[in-house]
Write a protein that binds this ligand. Structure first.
Ligand code: EPZ
Length: 417
């Protein structure tokens, strides 16, 4: 199990080229199976989650080739319409392949994804939408069996703007003749990226980014070249690192229009930010001050994925910050680790109260999930002394070479296998 060793107290100073978005590339790789040819995906981040998605693609019969951050996916000979238990268990978000496999083969057999570290992650909204499209679904022996020989367009209203359910519905409906409407759709930028990729392939989808998406089914989709959008959560994580270390960072190849809620929160904390469309510069606050209440919401609200890194930063803000985690039921596992480092945080259910500014000291801490692990990195930069973060595999799921990125900005950080 590798770990990160971080010596805190240094100011972060440097430039970062923001990696491609993990949450955009995963559904786009699922969509890639819908063409009969090759797809070339640029700006693809080298992450554990992408490697696990490539295993699913290969299991379906795709040929996949890396070249730096470019991934070539050849779907011309795929013949398998199942995802086995071991692959689904290693990454539950592989459920995003369900809609694409159904569109490709008219049937699918996938293992129930189950939960993960941050919650039980139900898929009832996914299955309800697929059933409205005429997909016959039976669940038994821990598997989901789908038959789609009588599909039809539908007007689907999602009870919650679920990102995954929106994506699975787009993927299942894009080759169903007629017009399918998704109401109360998720509005995340990653949904827009999926729409743009599918339309480049020949699909006819409109409205992504709004709460209503219309999908006109087409008969064929083609292999294309495509560049993934920047990762807004990784970008904001590095802004939090710079702010926590009282440093300055220049983010390049980012998309500031996807980061409104996060940039506003950093400004409210007193950080000095300068933004252009593809560039964000953060300079240190004179004094970091607490933001009264931060509530996680669906996009364009404050993202749940940045809650823990910003909570780590909030420990360095003068005053009391109240965080309310409205999206996932178990997304406070980083708190006991932050308290080990000297943070003053109390929780009650989905509410966490952070009293700042607290003096953090380096300690041995454990990453327990992806974004909570990133929060420990933010805290380690502000802490006095050395912090050892175990279970770096969680952080590697979403952050490409985090130690190289931070070391290039003057941080004393090493990975120890
Ligand atoms: C996506 O997960 C992201 N993952 C998550 O990022 C992100 O936190 C989440 O969207 C919210 O923005 C990927 O894109 C791979 P949801 P997803 O369906 O699609 C409930 C990260 O750190 N729900 O919008 O699973 C669910 O329990 C990860 O990068 C149902 O009840 O999120 C949750 O409470 C973590 N039934 C809420 O909706 C369903 O059928 C939001 O889930 C589906 C979801």
């Amino acid at each position: 199990m590798s770990k990160l060793i971080i010596d805190g107290g240094r100011k972060m100073e440097g430039e970062i080229d923001v990696q491609g978005s993990k949450n955009a590339v995963l559904p786009i790789l699922a969509a890639a199976i819908l063409s009969d040819g090759k797809n070339i995906i640029y700006n693809c981040p080298r992450l554990r989650d992408v490697e696990m998605t490539i295993e699913v693609l290969k299991n379906l019969g795709c040929r996949v080739k890396w070249e730096d951050n470019c991934l070539e996916v050849d779907s011309s000979d795929i013949s398998v319409y199942t995802i086995p238990d071991e692959l689904m268990r290693q990454m539950r978000s592989s459920i995003i392949f369900l809609g694409a496999i159904i569109s490709k083969f008219g049937k699918a057999e996938v293992s129930m994804p189950g939960g993960c570290e941050i919650g039980n992650r139900p898929i009832d909204l996914h299955l309800k939408a697929l059933r409205q499209l005429g997909v016959e679904i039976t669940e038994s022996h821990g598997f989901i069996y789908c038959k789609a020989d009588k599909t039809e367009p539908a007007n689907i209203h999602l009870d919650f703007p679920s990102v995954g359910a929106t994506e699975n519905t787009m993927l299942a409906a894009c080759m169903i003749e007629g017009i399918t409407i998704i109401e109360n759709a998720a509005r995340e930028p990653e949904i827009v990226d999926l729409q743009n990729f599918l339309n480049r392939m020949g699909a006819k989808i409109r409205g992504a980014g709004s709460d209503t998406i219309s999908i006109e089914g087409v008969h064929k989709l083609y292999g294309v070249e495509y560049t993934i959008i920047p990762d807004r959560i990784v970008a904001a994580t590095y802004l939090a690192c710079a702010a926590a270390s009282d440093g300055t960072v220049i983010l390049k190849n980012t998309d500031s229009t996807h980061m409104g809620a996060m940039i506003n929160t950093l400004k409210d904390m007193g950080c000095r930010l300068y933004t252009e469309k593809t560039k964000v510069i953060l300079q240190p606050a004179k004094i970091l001050k607490s933001v009264d209440t931060i509530k996680t919401m669906p996009y364009p609200g404050f993202p749940t994925d940045i809650q823990s890194p910003f909570m780590a930063l909030a420990t360095q803000c003068r005053g009391t910050s109240v965080f309310v985690e409205n999206i996932f039921e178990n997304r406070f596992q980083h708190i006991e680790e932050l308290v080990r480092m000297g943070a003053d945080i109390k929780t009650d259910g989905r509410v966490a109260v952070v009293i700042g500014k607290s003096k953090l000291t380096g300690a041995k801490v454990m990453a327990k999930e992806l974004r909570g692990g990133a929060a420990l990195v933010v805290a380690a930069l502000a802490a006095e002394g050395t912090t050892e973060i175990e279970n770096v595999k969680y952080i590697d799921r979403g952050y490409q070479s985090i130690e190289k990125t931070l070391a290039s900005c003057g941080i004393d950080i090493k990975r120890k296998e």
